[in-house]
Every structure is written in structure tokens, then in C-alpha cells.
Ligand binder design. Structure first.
Ligand code: PLP
Length: 378
């Protein structure tokens, strides 16, 4: 780690590969795809995608066309790359050129892909996303019924996958899970037979009935364990540390940070670290006097609370409870062995997903794993 780096993120590529293998093992004969959208959940597509391919993943989901182009360049010709956002208007030729399959969700996208197929005089591979209750993306039920009852509407579509997405998969007892599954079965029966996929990281923990031909984990690959039923067979893969810039003592009535929202209750020691909301430390992790403690960091495994407002580049910690005072330049854990993703998410009034995808834009990155590519690779 360079002496000038304000913080460091350590990503264990072997663990990510192990997590994929464990999830693939868990779903038996179903295919475990790998969701690598948003720069592999912020961990670095350029490093993570090749590591997953080496582990054996053969189907990759991204969100956008640009991400698909990057994934294709990293993967070569073999693996399938699917684009969850589908087609933006006018982008069908670029999608084809990228060698990616759009996940089609609207009648317009279906028409554009089918028109391109006609122009090329061959069927073009794609996936179809049907909505079963999330009301986000996916073909609405009425549109699906119209589509299948209109002759020729599916012409030119080489339908490789029909998929849907669960709204409440993290809650194993939620009635919406079985309701969406039943609707999915009813709707896909209207379509020509093809592979089906319903579950992401949490859904695949709901049991074999939810596995179908393919599961689509993202968060779990990166060590996330949001499933409230527990037992997700994955290990943490990422840790983040920032530096201490200054240590001081403070006594009442001293206040800490912008707007003086926190008053120290007794003589204590404060440490200010080189990370703030510009580095993905959520401002919602600020702690004011008289409210429940929010964000925490850890030093040598001991939790130390955020005090006062999180500012752009800085957070102040109350380190008064540490027996040995920390020193300028020491590293403080923000996420890692003592602070799992879910804990950090809760401290910032958000979820681990948001922590993962926003952490450490200015931090130095270290990739662990035998196959880690050189820092300035492809
Ligand atoms: C992001 C996404 C996934 C992966 O979800 P995780 O909860 O990260 O496993 C799967 N399917 C769709 C449609 C998604 O948008």
C-alpha cells in the first residue's frame, strides 16, 4: 500500500471463486450464473470477471451495454453475457455487435430485436423478463398475453431464457415468494419451452423449487448474506481500511463536526480518519448526541463509534475505550473481519449492497488470489 493512499480495499478473488463454486454446488444441476453488474458490485469487473470465468462460470449478467462490451472483452467468445437493462432505443445493432443477449422487458424491445433479426435474416438470441409482481422491469402480464396471441410477434427471437425476479426473497416466509413462483409457472407455460430462471442470491436459498434451470446470484458471490433464513454458503471477500490522520483528547462541552450535533459526554479521545462520504461512508452513519449510535469502525477488532457528522473526506471516531491509544497513520477497519457487510449497512441505515457498490473510490486496491492480473492489465 503506497504511503500516500488514504485507504485500502482488499478483494480476495479466490474467495469470490470459492463462493461461486459453493453456490453452484448448492443448486446442483441448475446453472449458477454470475451477476457482475455495476463493476462487479464495486469490486472491479476487470479482476472479478476473469476470476469467475476461471472458476467455471459460463453465464454472466450485467446491467448495461457498456458493461457488456467490457465483459465480452475480458471473457473472449465462449461465455454468455446477458444485459439486464435490455435495449435502450436504437441500440439493438450495438448489442448484437457486442455479442451480448438483451434481456427484453417491453413490447418495443421485442419489436426492435425481432426487426434486427429480420434484417440479418437469422434468429437472434435473447432472454425475456416477465414481471410477476415486482412492477419494476419485465413484461407486464397483459402484454405477455397479447404477445403470445399475436402471430409472428416472437419471430426472429431465439428465446434462450425466460426469467423473472422476486420481490421478497430475503424473507423465507413471505407469501409473495410462492405467489410469484406460481405466476411464473403459469406465464412461462404460454411461451415456447426454454430455460427458466427466477432466483438471485436470496431466492436460491428458498429451496430447489426456486432453482429452475438457472440461478442469478450477485451479492452472495461477494460475500453478502442478506437471506434472513441464514445458511448462505459463502464467505466474506472484501475488507476496507482508512488511515488515522489525527488523534486528540476532548472534554465536555466540546462538540464534534459540522453543525455541532455531537457533544462529548465525558473526557475521551477522538481519532479522525481519511475517509468520508466521497469514499462511500454513508452520511446517514453520522451520530448525534441523544440518538442511537450509527456508524462504527473497528481497531484491532474493537468497535469504535462514529461521532458527529460524516463529512466529505473525514469521519471522527471516539476511541476512548481502547486501552492503547491509536496513532496517526494507523489503519482503521471500515468493513471486514470485525465488521460484516450487513453490520456496516445497518449502521448506515442502508443495506450491504449499497455499501459494497459505493465504497472507496479514492482508496488503493489490493487483489488477493494467485491469478490476480497486474494492476495495469488489459
Ligand atoms: C441484480 C440482479 C440480480 C442479482 O441479485 P443479487 O441479489 O445481488 O443476487 C439477479 N437478477 C436481476 C434481475 C437483478 O437485477
Amino acid at each position: 500500500m503506497p504511503a500516500s493512499a488514504p485507504g485500502v480495499i482488499i478483494v480476495d478473488l479466490d474467495r469470490i471463486a470459492d463462493n461461486w463454486r459453493a453456490l453452484q454446488h448448492h443448486v446442483g444441476s441448475a446453472v449458477a450464473a454470475a451477476v457482475v453488474k455495476a463493476d462487479a458490485y464495486g469490486l472491479g469487473a476487470r479482476q472479478v470477471i476473469p476470476a469467475l470465468a476461471r472458476a467455471g462460470a459460463s453465464v454472466f449478467f450485467v446491467a448495461t451495454l457498456d458493461e457488456a462490451i467490457e465483459a465480452r472483452a475480458l471473457l473472449g467468445d465462449g461465455p454468455a453475457v446477458l444485459v439486464l437493462d435490455g435495449l435502450l432505443p436504437g441500440t439493438a445493432p450495438d448489442m448484437l455487435q457486442a455479442g451480448a443477449w438483451p434481456v427484453l422487458s417491453t413490447r418495443e424491445e421485442i419489436a426492435e430485436w425481432s426487426e434486427l433479426a429480420r434484417a440479418h435474416d437469422r434468429a437472434l438470441p435473447c432472454a425475456l423478463h416477465i414481471d410477476t409482481g415486482l412492477n419494476r422491469l419485465g413484461l407486464p402480464v397483459g402484454d405477455l398475453r397479447t404477445l403470445v396471441s399475436t402471430p409472428g410477434r416472437l419471430d426472429g427471437l431465439e428465446l434462450r431464457l425466460v426469467m423473472s425476479h422476486l420481490a421478497c426473497a430475503d424473507e423465507p416466509g413471505h407469501p409473495m415468494n410462492s405467489r410469484q413462483r406460481a405466476l411464473f409457472d403459469e406465464l412461462r407455460a404460454l411461451l415456447p419451452p426454454t430455460a427458466a430462471s427466477l432466483a438471485a442470491s436470496d431466492g436460491l436459498m428458498l429451496g430447489p423449487d426456486f432453482h429452475y434451470a438457472m440461478v442469478r446470484p450477485g451479492y452472495a458471490l461477494y460475500g453478502g448474506q442478506a437471506f434472513q433464513g441464514g445458511g448462505t454458503p459463502v464467505e466474506p471477500v472484501v475488507a476496507a481500511y482508512a488511515r488515522i490522520l489525527q488523534v486528540r483528547t476532548a472534554a465536555p462541552p466540546a462538540t464534534v463536526g459540522y453543525s455541532a450535533t455531537y457533544q462529548v459526554p465525558e473526557l475521551t479521545r477522538l481519532a479522525t480518519i481519511s475517509a468520508g462520504y466521497a469514499d462511500g461512508i454513508r452520511r446517514a452513519a453520522s451520530s448525534a448526541s441523544g440518538t442511537a449510535p450509527a456508524g462504527v469502525a473497528a481497531i484491532d477488532g474493537v468497535e469504535v463509534p462514529f461521532v458527529g457528522r460524516v463529512s466529505m473526506d473525514l469521519v471522527t471516531l471516539d476511541v476512548g475505550r481502547l486501552r492503547t491509544p491509536p496513532r496517526r497513520g494507523d489503519l482503521v477497519e471500515l468493513l471486514g473481519p470485525s465488521l460484516p457487510l450487513e453490520r456496516v449497512g445497518a449502521g448506515a441505515k442502508t443495506i450491504g449492497y449499497e455499501i459494497l457498490t459505493s465504497l472507496g473510490r479514492r482508496f488503493h486496491r489490493i487483489y488477493l488470489g494467485d491469478d490476480a492480473p497486474p494492476p495495469d492489465g488489459p
